[in-house]
Design a protein around this ligand. Structure first.
Ligand SMILES: Nc1ncnc2c1ncn2[C@@H]1O[C@H](COP(=O)(O)OP(=O)(O)OP(=O)(O)O)[C@@H](O)[C@H]1O
Ligand SMILES: [Mg+2]
Length: 456
């Protein structure tokens, strides 16, 4: 259906003429004979656009515009006013009162349709933007988790958000560092200003420098005009430097200056550029160790580390797994248009037991896959592919890597054996074959492990 247009004119000939033309272009129409009727019809008919004559008895067009602002924000309903040639002043007044555009009488048919088409297109774009924005805000507004650990970080983050201090977000991969960076911006006084994200690991040193600081005209071959960098684009808002631990030493020095003085030179420039920005940085590296190893500047670390928040890994707060799993199931089932999907009890238990080496991102991926790959509405443990998913990146992400050497070796041994037995459907001989071990040796290892776990 094309848009519905409310025609407001006290002259029945003009109203009918407009109605015919608009209907010929497949618009829906409603006619109001005066301003009072127009205001009623706005509420009853919820038109997409109003064509409003300015010169009417009872209530003038200007009055209608003013009242409209009170009933329903005029920005929701685009109003195009119609006026006689002689009353351009009135048209200007109408624009000030919130009209979208004006047409002069006698009306030119083509011009009329163009103006209407544009107003409707703009209105629909506005709605789309508002809709997308609320969707994005919704995504970032929702930090799921009631565990004491995540609550504590959230409270600190909310407190930090109200200040302008730099924030350093630490934590393993997939623990929610970016989500927190975006939330801090949203909770801050800078929320209506830009949040600019830059990933320090995705670009080479030269490109990253250019992205961050921009360049002056002639800075290098091909730099034919001045280009602002992301620091300048974030003016008034926040810059989020993701994966800061991977930034090269020379760039660290340049960034230090920004943190100290909020000033820098564009590439190839001699003028100082000042910025008013809040800085949030994140890394999954251990920055203190990097400082000791001479890979990260100590002075920069101190400057960034004014407030540091460490996101706990998911395995340290398994009580959050069910809520997170349901949250992602909702999101992905809605996207796949499959409402009513749920986890079986066993699936929920399997997820709560899983160590989640890839943290929340891994959990989201597992749920997203289960939604896409399964026909059934109830998700069972075998549909979660927890084993393969959790083990796609062996070594690097395994939770026990943070344990002392001997405990880590034992945990790894236990893990290999459990997995082999699982894959062999509980058959120890087959598992021993797969591991190229004597069956008796495997039995002995199992016994030892059992004794360690359940000492007598
Ligand atoms: N508490 C939470 N509640 C809901 N969703 C979350 C939560 N924490 C993280 N997520 C979601 O998990 C995914 C991974 O989070 P995010 O990208 O913020 O992690 P990260 O720490 O930046 O990871 P990496 O170091 O790998 O970049 C995102 O889709 C994010 O929205
Ligand atoms: Mg990230």
């Amino acid at each position: 259906m094309k848009a519905k247009i409310l025609i407001v004119d006290d002259d029945p000939d003009i109203a009918t003429m407009l109605e015919d033309r608009l209907q010929a272009s497949e618009y829906g129409t409603v006619i109001a004979r005066d301003g009072v009727e127009a205001l009623d019809l706005v509420e009853q008919e919820a038109p997409h656009l109003m064509l409003l004559d300015l010169d009417m008895p009872r209530l003038t067009g200007i009055e209608v515009l003013k009242r409209l602002q009170k009933v329903k924000p005029a920005e929701d309903l685009p109003v195009i006013v119609m006026t006689a040639h002689a009353s351009i002043d009135a048209a200007v007044e109408a624009m000030k009162a919130g009209a979208y555009d004006f047409l002069t009488k006698p009306l030119d048919k083509d011009h009329l349709l163009i103006v209407i088409g544009k107003a409707i297109e703009r209105d629909s774009l506005k709605r789309q933007v508002a809709c997308l924005k609320s969707e994005i805000d919704g995504r970032y507004a929702s930090i799921v988790g009631m565990s004491a650990k995540i609550r504590a970080v959230m409270e600190s983050a909310q407190r930090a958000a109200k200040s302008d201090a730099s924030v350093l977000l630490l934590g393993e991969s997939g623990t929610g560092k970016e989500l927190f960076a975006r939330s801090i911006h949203q909770w801050s006084l800078r929320q209506n200003m830009p949040l600019v994200v830059i990933n320090c690991v995705a670009l080479t040193e030269t490109l990253l420098e250019n992205e961050l600081f921009g360049h002056e005209r002639g800075a290098f071959t091909g730099a034919d005009r001045l280009q602002k960098g992301k620091l300048e684009m974030a003016e008034g808002g926040t810059i989020f430097l993701d994966e800061i631990g991977d930034m090269s030493f020379p760039l660290q020095a340049k960034l230090l200056r920004v943190l100290q003085d909020r000033e820098f030179h564009r590439v190839g420039g001699t003028r100082l550029v000042s910025v008013n920005i809040r800085i949030i940085a994140a890394t999954n590296k251990n920055l203190q160790q990097a400082v000791k190893a001479g890979q990260f500047r100590e002075d920069l670390f101190f400057r960034l580390n004014v407030i540091s928040l460490t996101l706990p890994p998911l395995r340290e707060r398994p009580e959050d797994v069910p809520a997170l799993a349901k949250f992602f199931l909702n999101r992905h089932a809605r996207e796949a248009k499959r409402p009513g999907m749920m986890f079986s009890l066993a699936a929920m238990e399997a997820m709560s037991r899983h160590p989640w080496p890839g943290n929340i991102r891994e959990l989201e991926n597992v749920v997203a896959r289960a939604v896409v790959l399964n026909q059934s509405d109830t998700i069972e443990p075998d549909m979660l592919s927890l084993d393969t998913m959790g083990r796609t990146k062996p070594g690097e992400l395994l939770p026990y890597l943070s344990l002392p050497y001997h405990e880590s070796i034992e945990a790894h041994s236990r893990y290999i054996i459990e997995r082999a037995i699982e894959e062999a459907d509980g058959n120890q001989s087959k598992a021993a074959d797969r591991l190229k071990l004597q069956r008796t040796y495997l039995a002995r290892l199992l016994k030892q492990q059992k004794e360690k776990v359940e000492p007598e």
